[in-house]
Write a protein that binds this ligand. Structure first.
Ligand SMILES: Nc1ncnc2c1ncn2[C@@H]1O[C@H](COP(=O)(O)OP(=O)(O)OP(=O)(O)O)[C@@H](O)[C@H]1O
Length: 307
């Protein structure tokens, strides 16, 4: 099949399972990504992100379940130039410049973007004549990004795209991705970086042990766990009373001289605040802060943190 897709889903995974020996890398994964969505696959080491990416790109086959990319098999979608991929370990060609590498890849695509255009979009115009093997880690990542753009794809799939990029390069990279997505394209990226998922994706799929444990906007993920931190200085209660009221789990008490500074992590910020003020009317410097994605992630993955 050729031509631009009209399928309702950019990616559709159904009942996907992939094992390596005794290791279940992907465990009954169902996922639908609509055209135009920007989706982050977020999870700790070994959650199954790279395996899922490989299955979507047709680089490996599932034990059971199905993968459809714009309604086609993943290999067909790639061959038709619908998918651009940026993998963690894409090798650089020996004896080729950056420009030559991009041109070589463009030559085998059904509807490539012009090479100069790709180089400009990836911020590589000034590096076009550099040997591909003589690039810094961050520059090599930009070449991988350029190769993902070459097919003029409708979907890009990125596995940990900003590893090895410094802060400025990372910012430029996401700006380029935003321009790509603004044209109505679909982006699916795997990441450990909570701030990137939060800042760039409009949907986060949180994976653990090969399954989806949460799926929604960053705001939704945070609302599921509704973690709040209540902080206050309590001048009129001993720390034993604070422990009696709030327990020790998620509670820290520090002696400040002018009283105790207490921090309480809770799903019920309002309730904790009411109890605190009922027992300590003199409590002051009170702060209630909402969950950030890091906290949501830790809670949803049973305390296991990203990298
Ligand atoms: N080729 C392989 N052979 C054996 N086991 C594998 C292979 N690829 C992945 N695994 C195992 O499958 C599980 C999922 O790995 P995967 O690389 O998909 O996770 P990930 O979320 O991408 O992790 P990371 O963030 O560390 O890249 C892990 O337990 C991993 O050790």
């Amino acid at each position: 099949m050729t031509g631009r897709p009209t399928a309702p889903h950019a990616v559709r995974l159904a009942g996907l399972r992939k094992t390596y020996g005794d290791t279940v890398a992907v465990d009954g994964l169902d996922l639908e990504v609509a055209p135009g969505e920007i989706v982050a696959l977020l999870g700790p080491n070994g959650a199954g992100k790279s395996t899922t990416v490989d299955l979507i790109l047709g680089l490996s086959r599932p034990d059971t379940g199905t993968v459809a990319v714009f309604g086609r098999g993943p290999r067909d979608a790639v061959d038709d130039g619908l998918v651009g991929a940026m993998l963690q370990d894409g090798a650089m060609l020996e004896d080729a410049t950056v420009g030559e590498m991009v041109a070589l890849f463009a030559a085998v695509q059904p509807h490539p973007l012009p090479v100069a255009d790709v180089l400009a979009r990836a911020g590589l115009t000034d590096l076009a004549n550099r040997q591909a093997t003589e690039l810094s880690g961050g520059q090599a990542q930009r070449v991988r990004f350029a190769l993902a753009l070459v097919p003029d794809p409708d979907l890009v799939v990125l596995d940990e795209p900003t590893v090895a990029m410094d802060v400025a390069t990372r910012r430029e990279f996401w700006a380029a991705m935003r321009r790509f997505a603004a044209a109505g394209k679909t982006v699916l990226f795997a990441t450990h970086y909570l701030d990137e998922a939060d800042g760039f994706a409009d949907r986060i799929v949180l994976l653990r042990d090969g399954s989806v444990v949460a799926d929604g906007t960053p705001r939704h993920i945070k609302s599921i766990v509704a973690v709040r931190t209540v902080r206050a200085v309590v001048p009129d209660l001993p720390s034993s009373a604070l422990t009696e009221l709030f327990g020790t789990d998620g509670v820290t008490v520090a002696d400040t001289g002018a009283g105790h500074e207490v921090r309480i992590r809770t799903a019920d910020g309002d309730g904790v605040l009411r109890t605190l003020l009922a027992h300590s009317p003199g409590a002051h410097d009170i702060e209630v802060t909402g969950a950030d994605l890091e906290e949501a992630f830790v809670t949803l993955t049973d305390g296991r943190t990203a990298r």
